[in-house]
Unconditional design. Structure first.
Length: 268
């Protein structure tokens, strides 16, 4: 029955076989197009992946370059601080009389240098330099302040001069931190206008005394003198210490800093 119907269709439609073939061609063409679409999609995927990889490489390169630039800028700013402060110290050396420990001054500079970060701008850099100058100035007695200090120590009996005049006394800066008057002195720094000095005494035994919980040690006799307004106090004297703290001559934070400086010096 089916065969008869096919024969009838062939009779009615002479091109029946060709039409069937055309359908096959269409099917084949569709398959071919599908393959081409797959190839196109594969190429598109490869392009997208390549683009994303390129973008990733670009971003990483930018981050690396930015980090390198930041580090370079930080090093540049650190060098600026060192140059500025060293030039400033050089300008003080001619007039400085009792400089502090070289190592301590280096510590001051290094502490400020390490505070530089990639976010430090020009204004902040300027402030860091000014703060460092102020901190360095506080640990160097200049010609301007030395005469009053010497007179105060002389008046309190801490110094004895052979010379009859203060003006004839010449003191050479010794950058090992010691300057000899009659005793051996070392400068802790200036705190709110009060000058604080290490002074050796005649005792030959080791000395340890405690100030506000901080233990000060030296292998020979010593005391810590504080001068302000032509008056001299002893930091290791309980009465003097109480008076200085109550009257704002020194603060507890100053004692902590003096202790820190004391420990940076070698116990010679």
């Amino acid at each position: 029955m089916i065969e008869k119907r096919l024969e009838d269709l062939k009779t009615l439609i002479p091109d029946f076989d060709e039409i069937s073939l055309t359908k096959k061609e269409i099917l084949s063409k569709n398959i071919s197009n599908g393959n081409q679409n797959k190839k196109y999609l594969n190429k598109k995927n490869i392009f997208c992946i390549s683009f994303l990889l390129l973008l990733l490489v670009t971003v990483i390169s930018c981050i690396i370059f930015s980090d390198y630039s930041s580090k370079k800028n930080i090093e540049k700013n650190k060098e600026i601080i060192k140059q500025e402060i060293n030039a400033y110290i050089d300008s003080l050396e001619e007039s400085s009389v009792i400089p502090n420990s070289e190592e301590y001054i280096k510590d001051i500079i290094n502490e400020k240098v390490e505070s530089v970060s990639k976010t430090t701008n020009d204004e902040e850099l300027k402030n860091i330099i000014e703060d460092t100058k102020e901190n360095v100035t506080n640990v160097i007695i200049t010609e301007e302040s030395s005469k009053e200090l010497i007179e105060t120590l002389y008046a309190s009996g801490q110094l004895t001069f052979v010379e009859s005049s203060f003006d004839s006394l010449e003191i050479t800066p010794l950058y090992s931190s010691f300057v000899e008057f009659r005793n051996c002195f070392r400068f802790y720094g200036s705190y709110n206008g009060a000058s604080v000095l290490f002074s050796e005494t005649k005792e030959n035994s080791e000395i340890v005394f405690e100030i506000l919980g901080y233990e000060f040690y030296f292998k020979r006799g010593f005391e810590i003198l504080v001068t302000k307004d032509k008056k001299t106090y002893k930091l290791n004297d309980e009465e003097d210490l109480r008076y200085m703290l109550n009257n704002g001559i020194l603060q507890e934070s100053d004692i902590k800093e003096i202790y820190r400086i004391h420990n940076t010096w070698e116990n010679e």
